[in-house]
Design a binder for this molecule. Structure first.
Ligand code: MEV
Length: 336
């Protein structure tokens, strides 16, 4: 998988179309992510590995309009400061970006086209925030450092997640798998392509609630929790090395062990058990939940493209509502 965020579309230099025309629409894009190992433990400072899912994208477009800054949804225009709960983090991202770029709180309408299912553990909230921030940056024709961009997205993520680790904000704009450790990222281009299957349980799950649920375990059983979180951190570091070296058997074993640890923390769900069991029965090297869990998606490691399709068929037969085949590493990245 090679594709990631596209460069912003802005007007051609010297060309200034009139207000309200599509031709001057600034836009921003971002994509989904999957956490390979380290969800939840990353909230407690342990390392984690994430993959970009470049085929699931979100694009935000800005239109010049009369009236307050607003979000277009289902044919209606809703002021960003009065959005319903499910869009609250989009409103926060838009408000933070407007303020940052010194734009007035009026005259723009944000249209978001999102392919990433919400509540599926694939980073929809961070990706949407990125797209909105980037579209408003392009609209303002302003500069934005990586740190400033990250902080703007994190502002929105605090509304969506409560206590975000920052991993989603980073993984929804990266082109390569990454190791997130001590608030720093290291790209992990694999030495050979790897194939994964992502399957959706169809069970929607709130990241905020899942994080709060795991916090209860951490507070209730602090000693055991530290052992499990430490082990997840070790698994993430080992998975980073296995991913880089394309060691599928070892990587799959880390994924399976991570699933056991996440189950103990309370991130499991019967549908996750069904899909991981189906994937393993179909020969997956490893399978686990990805993202916040308690529903959402499962990620399984396949041997090749055909095997990835077989894993998807097996998980669909077990009840998955949809799925994606994901190739990580391409010819250009292999051996890099
Ligand atoms: C959610 O995609 C990942 C979690 O680890 C939360 C976070 O990192 O902020 C569950």
């Amino acid at each position: 998988m090679s594709q990631s965020s596209a460069p912003p579309l802005g007007p051609e230099p010297g060309v200034r179309p009139g207000p309200g025309t599509e031709a001057d629409a600034a836009s921003g894009t971002a994509h989904a992510k999957a956490i390979l190992v380290g969800e939840h433990s990353v909230v407690y400072g342990r390392p984690a590995v994430a993959l970009p899912l470049g085929q699931l994208t979100v694009t935000a477009r800005i239109r010049r309009v009369d009236g307050p800054a607003s979000l277009r949804n289902d044919g209606a225009s809703l002021p960003i400061d009065r959005l319903p709960e499910r869009f609250a983090s989009i409103g926060v991202a838009a408000r933070a970006a407007l303020d940052f770029f010194g734009l007035p709180g009026e005259g723009v309408e944000i249209d978001v086209a999102n392919e990433i299912p919400a509540g599926a553990g694939l980073g929809a909230s961070a990706a949407v925030a990125h797209a909105v921030v980037e579209a408003l940056r392009a609209h303002a024709d302003a500069e934005l450092s990586d740190t400033e961009r990250f902080e703007l997205v994190q502002t929105a993520e605090r509304t969506a997640h409560g206590n975000p680790s920052g991993l989603d904000a980073l993984a929804t704009r990266t082109e390569l798998p990454l190791l997130f450790q001590a608030r720093r990222t290291t790209p992990l281009p694999p030495s050979a392509p790897l194939w994964f299957t992502i399957a959706d349980t169809g069970v929607r799950s709130s990241t905020k609630q899942a994080v709060a649920h795991i916090a209860q375990f951490v507070e209730g059983r602090p000693l055991r929790a530290q052992t499990v979180l430490d082990r997840l951190g070790e698994l993430a570091l080992r998975a980073a090395g296995d991913l880089r070296a394309a060691r599928t058997a070892e990587l799959g074993a880390r994924m399976d062990e991570a699933q056991t640890a996440l189950d103990e923390l309370g991130a499991g769900h019967p549908m996750i058990d069904r899909l991981t069991a189906a994937a393993r029965a179909a020969g997956a090297h490893g399978a686990k939940l990805t993202g916040a869990g308690r529903g959402g998606c499962v990620i399984a490691l396949a041997g090749d493209a055909a095997h990835a399709r077989e894993l998807l068929a097996a998980m669909r037969a077990a009840g998955a509502v949809s799925g994606e085949l994901v190739r990580i590493g391409d010819a250009a990245e292999a051996g890099a």
